[in-house]
Design a protein around this ligand. Structure first.
Ligand code: B12
Ligand code: SF4
Ligand code: SF4
Length: 338
């Protein structure tokens, strides 16, 4: 068992495959007020899990583990040495966002954090990766992992912002880290580059306008007015991070599970996938979250935005399919190409 001091706990995290590690107290933060205001403005859209009873639990990490005193916050890089979406102009290819090129991060981070607690020898703990009602960016900022950028992503001065967050709630006091200063300064590149104007103010994102929300979280129809802005994105969006100066020399992961498999496949290939082929192609990938129907919906929108007449035939086929949402988006896309 490792002696339970903050340096030892962070060292254990670094040795278990995390590039960033820091400690914050398990107490309510000012982020909770920002969050309440964000939900109050309706920015969560149809992501009911952000606005329901779990919103209350987000105010205090002790709602997840009553005995929690400290939070070990970790960051794990997923960046690959491949070009950014902003460097691509082939509209006949779909864009899958960088974080989804390899295996699903939830399992990878959880397994890494299980190794950390095993090494520490603690028996009382709670591991969180994304899905728990915990304000991950707020606590990671307090733990010194980075500052919250105007694009709302957590950015680390040395590593950039291409990293996932995970946490372990622990039942003992550890010396906390301090948040780093905001290094966005007068820059507004992310706000200016967002094609759907989803960053409605610095540090404030209206998810109802975000391509990531449309292509991953939203079930049902993408609002028609927003479809042109989605471009060739078929899963997620990287633009506000691609343009960030802190990602110009961003660090690259060594994690084999995040090695890129599917990045910018031809839209025609994606449109022809059967459900079984979709499951096979995106097995253990985050893309699965969009579900088959949602993914084909995204492909139809991207085809409509491509300006390419060669997509007439696959779109005609989609417009005649039994899935009302896919069919409606394909009909819209055909209208765009005409
Ligand atoms: C819902 C959600 C989304 C939504 C809403 C995103 C958003 N910005 O709120 C959508 C679907 C749009 C989304 C998109 C993405 N997401 Co997301 N998402 C989440 C989730 C589940 C909850 C976030 C949340 O509570 N949002 C509500 C807002 C209010 O909270 P917030 O962003 O945490 O923080 C805000 C305030 O608290 C405030 N704030 C807090 N403290 C402070 C302090 C100071 C000084 C300031 C100025 C501001 C400030 O700033 C923020 C903006 O309002 C988290 C996991 C989690 N449990 O936290 C992942 C998470 C934030 N997502 C993540 C990722 C990777 C993405 C994408 C990059 C995926 C992609 N490529 O498409 C994009 C990035 C889009 C973007 N610019 O944010 C990572 C972020 C890692 C990082 N380095 O920041 C997380 C942490 C998941 C994880 N475990 O790794 N996501
Ligand atoms: S992820 Fe894309 S759509 Fe969402 S805020 Fe960033 S640039 Fe805009
Ligand atoms: S692009 Fe500029 S304003 Fe936006 S997060 Fe990066 S440094 Fe901050």
């Amino acid at each position: 068992m490792v002696s339970l001091t903050a340096p030892a706990v962070k060292q254990a995290a670094l040795e278990c495959g995390f590039e960033l590690a820091g400690v914050s107290p398990a107490l309510p933060t000012a982020g909770a007020e920002r969050y309440q205001a964000w939900v109050g403005k309706g920015y969560a859209g149809a992501m009911g899990y952000l606005a329901d009873y779990r919103a209350e639990r987000r105010k205090d990490p002790r709602s997840l583990m009553a005995s929690a005193r400290s939070i070990l916050c970790v960051g794990k890089l997923y960046n690959s040495p491949r070009p950014y979406s902003t460097a691509f102009s082939d509209a006949e290819l779909g864009w899958i966002s960088r974080y989804a090129w390899g295996d699903d991060y939830h399992d990878v981070l959880r397994a890494g954090l299980e190794r950390v607690v095993a090494r520490l020898g603690v028996s009382e703990y709670k591991i969180c990766v994304d899905t728990a009602p915990l304000l991950e960016r707020s606590y990671a900022r307090l733990a010194g992992l980075g500052w919250i950028g105007k694009n709302t992503c957590l950015i680390n001065q040395g590593q950039g912002s291409w990293f996932f967050l995970g946490e372990v709630l622990l039942p003992f006091d550890l010396e906390p880290d301090a948040p780093p200063p905001d290094r966005c300064g007068t820059c507004t590149r992310c706000i200016d580059a967002c094609p759907t104007d989803a960053i409605v103010a610095p540090f404030e994102l209206d998810a109802r306008l975000c391509i990531s929300y449309f292509t991953i979280e939203l079930r049902g129809a993408v609002p028609e007015a927003a479809r042109a802005g989605v471009g060739n994105h078929v899963f997620g969006c990287d633009i506000c991070q691609d343009v960030c100066p802190w990602n110009r020399r961003a660090a690259v992961t060594e994690e084999a599970a995040f090695a890129p498999r599917t990045m910018n496949p031809p839209l025609e290939t994606l449109a022809s996938l059967t459900k079984t082929e979709f499951d096979e192609m995106f097995r253990s990938s985050p893309v699965h979250r969009a579900k088959y129907s949602g993914f084909l919906r995204n492909v139809a929108v991207a085809m409509g935005n491509s300006g390419s007449k060669k997509f007439h035939a696959p779109l005609e086929k989609m417009a005649a399919c039994g899935d009302a949402i896919v069919a409606e988006h394909a009909a819209w896309a055909l209208g765009q190409l005409r």
